[in-house]
Design a protein around this ligand. Structure first.
Ligand code: ATP
Ligand code: MG
Ligand code: MG
Ligand code: MG
Length: 473
């Protein structure tokens, strides 16, 4: 049988409900309980304080389908969209939790049971990873579940420091964390990529589908861990990645839901080649931006609103690349509502508002987009391999091109952006402005806290936080 995304959600929740889990609704993309976190990036966010022991729930087992956004802060997949088969900015995470109740054994056995007996994935295609020091998880996989040892891979501290590992999960730089065990699916030899832990693990042959985190610690700012009041389980499986397997396709962008959105993007941009990567970007970004509006985030120049603006503008630029010279993006809201409005009634209820917010932002950006693109094109006309920082800054300052958008265009053309030069140009403008004493309140600087993701900005971010103002003209 082929599972639709709706079937997959329901099957997951029913499975864990039958095992004593309370079904909990998705929380919004803006975390209600954590000002340090930009967006809800996994199913555990709404339970963070339960792990820490400062929040109590009337249940010790929970399950949910959580809307997530990874476009700012610690987990950021914006740059992967359009390039990998498996990453979105907005996606849905299927999860189950134990709050001081069951631990590794039940978690892994149930994951295996659900995948192989209910969803009926072929067991020989599945692999698991464990944290290198976690013999207990290794033994559960090899001795109790019966996975052949060559398909259980130990991953140590592979990210340059103690507890910096693909198999040591952290929601953010501090807070609840612990070793994890991940399940991968082998899409087959015809796809490039190696198994987890190998040099080409970032390929899309072996795709990570389910992370089982054994929450045991609370990490402080210095990276020291202390045990949580009770060991907990936190799991997350990407709905779209599972759907790709169950619908016998390789990429998330080929599943039922994305197929519809990509066709809608093709319709609105007049594109006949449905494999054009810009269509994937647009399809991804309509989900992210529409759900952000529904959850109260509108485009602006700072914080969450600036992430929203960056995503909308990236989508528009991809439409422009496909030949659209007038607003089109907001017209995809209706298609999104058709695909996801049953599961998330809030987008249906707010359809008109979401459409309006996106249309206004589009109209605004279309005023400067064409001119900005001309400037970019002429700066690169001589075959330059680097876009000068002052051009990137002018695009940003005068034409509303967020730096990541300029980067996105340049990456397509194999060109680097001089980000240090960009930072210098911005710094220069700020000091000139300071000297002239003509601050303007209406253009608050966007680089606030976690929104900042570009390495070149690091030094800039600190002063930007202090100045947090920006001069006009
Ligand atoms: P990857 O290594 O592929 O980037 P991850 O290790 O960052 O994934 P986790 O933080 O472990 O992902 O999240 C749990 C699960 O959520 C993943 O196993 C995957 O199925 C899903 N997931 C994570 N990031 C994305 C994304 N950007 N788009 C779609 N699904 C995702
Ligand atoms: Mg990732
Ligand atoms: Mg991973
Ligand atoms: Mg993972």
């Amino acid at each position: 049988p082929t599972f639709s995304v709706a079937d997959i959600r329901k099957t997951f929740l029913d499975f864990f409900a039958a095992k004593g889990h309370t079904v909990v609704a998705s929380s919004p993309l803006v975390p209600g309980n954590d000002p340090t976190l930009m967006f809800t990036n996994s199913g555990m966010v709404q339970f963070k304080d339960v792990f820490l022991g400062t929040d109590k729930r009337p249940y010790v087992r929970a399950t949910s389908v959580q809307t997530c956004l990874r476009a700012g802060g610690k987990h950021n997949d914006l740059e992967n969209v359009g390039y990998t088969a498996r990453h979105h900015t907005f996606f849905e995470m299927l999860g189950n939790w134990s709050f001081g109740d069951y631990f590794k054994r039940e978690s892994l056995k149930w994951a295996w049971e659900l995948l192989t007996e209910v969803y009926k994935l072929p067991p020989e295609r599945l692999l698991a990873t464990v944290y290198a020091e976690d013999d207990e998880a290794y033994d559960i996989w090899t001795k109790e579940i019966g996975l052949p040892p060559e398909r259980v891979i130990r991953i140590g501290d592979n990210k340059g420091g103690r507890y910096k590992s693909d198999n040591f999960w952290m929601m953010a730089d501090t807070g609840p964390c612990g070793p994890c065990s991940e399940i991968f699916y082998d899409h087959g030899e015809h796809i490039a990529g190696g198994p987890p832990g190998s040099p080409d693990e970032d390929g899309d042959r072996f795709i990570e589908i389910w992370n089982n985190v054994f929450m045991q610690f609370d990490m402080d700012e210095q990276g020291n861990v202390k045990p949580l009041p009770a060991p907990c389980v936190d799991t997350g499986m990407g709905l779209e990645r599972l759907a790709a397997i169950l619908q016998h396709v390789h990429s998330n962008y080929e599943i039922d839901l994305f197929d519809a959105l990509i066709k809608a993007a093709a319709r609105e941009t007049g594109t006949s080649d449905l494999t054009n990567p810009s269509l994937k970007v647009i399809a991804d970004h309509i989900r992210a931006t529409a759900f952000l509006v529904a959850d109260g985030v509108i485009p602006s120049n700072e914080g969450r609103g600036y992430v929203q603006r960056r995503i909308v503008r990236r989508a528009i630029r991809h439409g422009y690349k496909l030949g659209r010279k007038t607003p089109f993006f907001h017209k995809l809201v209706q298609d999104l509502v058709q695909q996801m409005g049953d599961a998330y009634p809030k987008i249906r209820e707010q359809q008109a508002r979401i459409t309006d917010v996106l249309r206004v932002e589009e109209e605004r950006f279309f005023e400067t987009l064409a001119h900005g693109m001309e400037i970019l094109d002429s700066a690169l006309a001589g075959g330059a391999k680097t876009l000068p920082g002052d051009v990137a800054f002018k695009l940003h300052d005068t034409y509303g091109f967020p730096l990541d958008l300029t980067n996105d265009v340049c990456r397509e053309r194999g060109v680097n952006v001089d980000e240090a030069g960009f930072a210098t140009a911005m710094e220069h403008q700020k000091s000139t402005a300071r000297a002239a004493g003509k601050f303007k309140m209406d253009r608050a600087l966007e680089y606030t806290g976690a929104a900042n993701q570009f390495t070149g900005y690091e030094q800039l971010a600190e002063s930007a936080k202090i100045v947090a103002l920006y001069v006009d003209g």
